[in-house]
Every structure is written in structure tokens, then in C-alpha cells.
Design a protein around this ligand. Structure first.
Ligand SMILES: CCCCCCCCCCCCCC(=O)SCCNC(=O)CCNC(=O)[C@H](O)C(C)(C)COP(=O)(O)OP(=O)(O)OC[C@H]1O[C@@H](n2cnc3c(N)ncnc32)[C@H](O)[C@@H]1OP(=O)(O)O
Length: 193
């Protein structure tokens, strides 16, 4: 079977520039929502993905695979690894463009097994923008920023209005955030960037 992926981005795009207010390289982001499975600090067995701004549109992310993340004995579950890329790419789009966006499509190439105890180092970047469609991709390496390549991912994010979250979120969770806004750990996006 050929491992040559189809052309990327799949449509004609404009260059995606980092927003003038995007945090400078080296800025650590911390979780965006306490109960986010990808980064939340109140999710006991979540990924606790750590993210930091890189150069240009890059975001650097990492997480350590624990026993709670297994699929096969001693190996990370593939869906959890895809989740880490969804989160890392979501932060790439959200922080570098300063626009709310959701994943429309995510594809992942699993190139090498990822054992429990290893730390996955992910770098995500923006690849282009076409209207509301934002294309981004990432690579994940084992145990060091220049370690063996274990995964690649490509994603389409679709820019949405904030109403998306209010209209679709479960009422009791929205209420909990309204009562305790610090559950959203980061300041809101510019609505009109
Ligand atoms: C302060 C800063 C804080 C930062 C914090 C960051 C936190 C980040 C946390 C991250 C957490 C992790 C992130 C998460 O977990 S996000 C959660 C997971 N994702 C979702 O729940 C999204 C569910 N889907 C939807 O809500 C809708 O389908 C959306 C909104 C995506 C589009 O519905 P909408 O009705 O609005 O628009 P549209 O249908 O006209 O589509 C628009 C365009 O897009 C194209 N299209 C759509 N889908 C696909 C597809 N599959 N393949 C190819 N193309 C696709 C479509 O053809 C069209 O193109 P065109 O016809 O215009 O050419």
C-alpha cells in the first residue's frame, strides 16, 4: 500500500499569518478549559497536554503516555494519540489565528508504536486558510523534539461563531462555566480580530 498522502492542503489557500496579538514564541499556554480531556487540569486521566508558542505559526506540545492511556498492553491507544493531535492543532489554530474554530476533519498516520512512559513531542503549524477553512498539520516525535518520528496528522478546522458553543454545549456545563468563569482558564478570543 502506498504511503504517499494526497496533496495538502487539498484546495487553493492563502497563507495563514499569525495574529498580531498571538503570544510570542516561548509563551506557555496552560489549559484552556479545566474539564478538557486534552489539556484540562481537573481531568484525572486526561492527556494534560502542555503547549507553548513556537516561531511563525508553530505550536510545540507534549504529553506523557500513562497506564490510563493504553490500547494494547504497554502501548498508547491510537484514538488517544489522535486526540493529542486534535488538541495540539486546535491550540495552533486558536492561539495563532485568535479565532474560534472546531475540527471538521482530522487524519492521522501512525508510523511507530508509542509505549507507556514515553513523551510525545508534537509540533503543529498552520498550512493555509480558505474562507472559514483553516488547514493545519503536525508531527509527533518520541521522547525528544528530534526523536524518532511516530505520528503525522493533518486537519481541517472550520472557523465558527461563539454561538456554536452556546447553542450546542450541554446546559449544565454552560451553567457551571457561567457560575465559575475561571473554569475557562484563558481569556476569550477577539470577536472581531
Ligand atoms: C484565547 C485563546 C484560547 C485558545 C484555545 C484553543 C483551544 C483549542 C481546543 C481544541 C480542542 C480540539 C478541537 C475539537 O475537539 S473541536 C470539537 C470536534 N469538532 C466538532 O464538534 C465539529 C462538529 N461539526 C460541526 O459543528 C460542523 O460540521 C462544522 C462547524 C465543522 C461545519 O459546519 P458549518 O455549517 O458551519 O459549515 P459548512 O458545513 O458549510 O462547512 C464549511 C466549509 O468546511 C467544509 N467542511 C466541513 N467539514 C468538512 C470535512 N469533514 N471535510 C471536508 N470539508 C469539510 C465544507 O465543505 C465547507 O467548505 P466550502 O463549501 O465553504 O468550500
Amino acid at each position: 500500500m502506498s504511503r504517499v498522502p494526497p496533496p495538502w492542503p487539498p484546495v487553493e489557500v492563502e497563507t495563514a499569518h499569525r495574529h498580531p496579538d498571538a503570544p510570542p514564541p516561548g509563551t506557555k499556554f496552560g489549559p484552556h478549559y479545566a474539564h478538557c480531556f486534552g489539556c484540562g487540569d481537573e481531568v484525572e486521566h486526561g492527556l494534560h497536554l502542555q503547549t507553548e508558542a513556537g516561531e511563525g505559526t508553530a505550536i510545540h506540545a507534549q504529553f506523557t503516555v500513562t497506564e490510563a492511556h493504553q490500547g494494547a498492553p504497554g502501548l498508547a491507544h491510537g484514538g488517544l494519540l489522535a486526540c493529542a493531535f486534535d488538541e495540539a492543532l486546535g491550540v495552533t489554530v486558536g492561539q495563532q489565528l485568535r479565532r474560534p474554530a472546531v475540527t471538521g476533519r482530522l487524519e492521522t498516520d501512525f508510523l511507530a508504536p508509542v509505549p507507556v512512559g514515553s513523551t510525545l513531542h508534537i509540533v503543529g503549524t498552520l498550512d493555509g486558510i480558505a474562507g472559514r477553512k483553516v488547514y493545519a498539520s503536525a508531527e509527533g516525535r518520541l521522547d525528544a523534539p528530534d526523536g524518532p518520528l511516530a505520528l503525522r496528522a493533518r486537519a481541517l478546522f472550520v472557523i465558527v461563531d461563539f454561538r456554536h458553543f452556546v447553542e450546542h454545549g450541554r446546559a449544565e456545563d454552560l451553567r457551571a462555566v457561567a457560575e465559575n468563569p475561571s473554569l475557562l482558564r484563558q481569556s476569550r478570543f477577539d470577536i472581531n480580530p
